[in-house]
Write a protein that binds this ligand. Sequence first.
Ligand SMILES: Nc1ncnc2c1ncn2[C@@H]1O[C@H](COP(=O)(O)OP(=O)(O)OP(=O)(O)O)[C@@H](O)[C@H]1O
Ligand SMILES: [Mg+2]
Length: 317
Amino acid sequence: MIHRSMDTRTSLPAVAVKRQKGHAGLMGNDLVVEAKGLRKSYGAVAAVDGLDLEMARGEVLSLLGPNGAGKTTTVEILEGYRRRDNGEVRVLGEDPQRAGTEWRARRGIVLQNNEDVADLSVSESVRHFARFYPSPADPADVIERVGLSAKRDARIRTLSGGQRRRLDVALGIIGGPELLFLDEPTTGFDPEARRTFWDLVRDLAKEGTSVLLTTHYLEEAEALADRVAVINHGRLVETGPPGELGGRQHAPAQVSWLVQGEWRHVKTPQPTALVRQLEETFGGEVPGLTVTRPSLEDIYLELIGAAAGESGEEQLA
Ligand SMILES: Nc1ncnc2c1ncn2[C@@H]1O[C@H](COP(=O)(O)OP(=O)(O)OP(=O)(O)O)[C@@H](O)[C@H]1O
Ligand SMILES: [Mg+2]
């Protein structure tokens, strides 16, 4: 994970650059992603509707947002996979719509939905994709890193859903990308595989890879992201470090304890004072004592709910 200091008045953390993989000619401010006023419609549906997004080199940024918010469309435009209707976009210093093969080799992609590759084994497909890159990682090493060594000779069509997803991740990192796009990479992973994957992303980040990750698992965003960006209706709702989103760090804490088998709950900005008072009252250990702050999920749901209310979007009863 990167070390950074956060200036809460600006949207971007100051990032300590750790590694530049020998790529000269970094753009100003060392941003790997700059999007301004990004728009994309499918017929009458404005999937991306004036989105502004920036991402610093070395950052792990997580895009959060409900189904249909425009995350995949945004990511695919940044990857150079989809054309935008409007807006300015620079990714690794170039316009993804015009960038050539050299640029493409510098970013790695894990799509939300993959078309099936030919009837290859795991090892064959990783080696096959390695050939597209000027300085790929070692295929056996990558297969090991995603936990597929035992399946290296298995045909892709025989893999389980989670194993197939791990292969997608392997193909995303085989080129040794500077910037890695992960669109819901851990969907279908079992809990252990998810933890292993988190370690892999942390290692990549430590090595200096910038990572743009979409996920519906809030604990995944919390575990991995230096910063999250909440998107709804194709627009940026709010961005900040997971611990500070929506003023989370200043939110009152809930103190709960038991009195003769019944729960008491109090919300307070000064939980320490209350706990001290409770300790005195009980003359020691306070039964069932817990102190909690709003989770990232609580804050996220609040932000999404507020945004839905503002836009007059119909809501389910
Ligand atoms: N190829 C397409 N043709 C028509 N409409 C599309 C297409 N792709 C996406 N859309 C629409 O654009 C909107 C945004 O879709 P997108 O896939 O970007 O959302 P998302 O945030 O990635 O959602 P999810 O969390 O479900 O993956 C949705 O309303 C979707 O129905
Ligand atoms: Mg999506």
